[in-house]
Design a binder for this molecule. Structure first.
Ligand code: FAD
Length: 373
């Protein structure tokens, strides 16, 4: 049989595909990476304007507890010491997030953990439910009325486009409250933004590897598949199987970017807008991720939207319907011996960046182990 030109055709130049390509190339395999977008990087791609890296597909903050993953990304970029400390605007007042002693002081004037705990516990006792039947009941049972009404109700309703009483309780499994004055959104040991933006990491991962952008796998599937022994597919799993078991649903986002000729728009990278009177859920001011000193600034308003096939798929909707459809695709994917499925769209799962990198590295190890047998 005629030898194929590549060992791997990698569909999707996001973090999963780029890590896979990097690791396999390092081991002497020949890879080609294609992406239907005009650029590499998938959802971590940054577009530079006015010297500011704009997080094109939503704010991305790298965080992990895994030293191995931290060391891995640090091979490709230095990270700054950005700590995510979002603010939340509710009924004209700004609060610190995540819910911590600063938030409770701003909300109730409480100064000690005991005072704050007392209020939360009293409200849980008064408004909570033994078996919460929807998101509203779940949130009231976890944090009580004030936190729910100030920070959760309208924000979540905008996010999902549905009333909190119509949303399933499992969307909110936990609502961590912190009884220290600590505004660091993440609990992880390592956190930061790559100096020069995320493209630096993608450029490092894909250095020396053949890549093609603006190439949709499905527009030329047969000839693309014939190029390589194996395909690594990181697109939507239902699309791969031509939607034969039904279409998986997502929530989408629309981003409106604005250039302002002032140095500093909101003084923080992330400000959540809770109230229903704003259609967007948050404003991102990108320069603050990298402590920018430019005399202009770029902000992005993030509007949650219903999804259809023409829009970007951002968040999987993990209800029973979608999970049972996904299971069928997953079963079928096991029969496609020459295709490796990976990444957030092929696994129909929300993953953070560090988790995607770990899952790509694991997949490479699994394949190499089988090859060695
Ligand atoms: P993607 O980056 O989506 O890459 C898949 C690629 O496949 C895309 O480029 C797509 O164009 C391409 N593709 C699909 N179909 C085809 C086709 N038919 N032909 C060719 N190419 C195709 N994680 C964090 O750790 N911290 C954060 O702060 C954070 N913020 C986030 C904010 C938002 C709004 C969202 C949605 C996600 C966030 N994440 C964050 C998660 C992070 O974006 C993902 O973990 C990561 O980008 C997933 O990488 P991936 O390679 O699986 O997918």
């Amino acid at each position: 049989m005629k030898e194929k030109k590549y060992d791997y055709l990698i569909v999707g130049a996001g973090l999963f595909g780029s890590v896979f390509a990097h690791e396999m190339t390092k081991r002497g395999k020949k890879c080609i990476v294609i992406d239907k977008r005009k650029h590499l990087g998938g959802n971590v791609y940054c577009e530079e304007k006015e010297g500011i890296n704009i997080h094109k597909y939503g704010a991305h903050i790298f965080h992990t507890n895994d030293k191995k993953i931290w060391d891995y990304v640090n091979q490709f970029a230095d990270f700054n010491n950005y700590i995510n400390s979002p603010l939340s605007l509710s009924k004209g007042k700004l609060y610190n997030l995540p819910f911590n002693m600063n938030t409770f002081y701003q909300l109730w004037g409480t100064k000690t953990p005991e005072e704050a705990k007392k209020i939360i516990n009293e409200q849980i006792a008064e408004y909570g439910f033994k078996s919460p039947k929807n998101l509203e009941e779940q949130a009231l049972s976890l944090v009580g009325k004030d936190i729910y009404e100030t920070f959760i109700k309208s924000y979540t309703e905008k996010q999902w486009g549905k009333k909190a009483t119509e949303l399933p309780s499992f969307i909110i499994k936990r609502l961590p409250v912190r009884f220290t004055y600590n505004n660091n959104y993440f609990n992880d040991m390592y956190q930061g933004i790559p100096v020069g933006g995320y493209n630096t990491i993608i450029d490092g991962l894909l250095s020396g590897i053949e890549t093609k952008t603006s190439v949709d796998f499905f527009e030329d599937r047969i000839s693309l598949e014939s190029l390589a022994d194996k395909v690594v597919y990181t697109g939507k799993i239902d699309e791969f199987f031509d939607y034969k078991h039904g279409q998986l649903e997502y929530r989408s986002l629309r981003f409106e970017h604005e250039l302002h000729t002032i140095e500093n728009y909101q003084g923080n990278a992330v400000v959540n807008y809770n109230d229903a009177s704003y259609a967007f859920t948050r404003i991102i001011e990108h320069k603050h991720f990298e402590f920018g000193k430019q005399n202009k600034t770029i902000i992005t308003k993030e509007y949650p939207e219903n999804w259809n096939r023409k829009k970007e798929a951002y968040y999987p909707i993990n209800n029973d319907r979608n999970q049972s459809i996904f299971k069928k695709y997953k079963e079928e994917s096991k029969l496609s011996k020459d295709v490796i499925f990976g990444g957030r769209l092929a696994e129909y799962r929300y993953y953070d960046m560090h988790q995607i990198i770990a899952s790509s590295l694991t997949k490479v190890e699994e394949i190499l182990k089988i090859e060695r047998q």
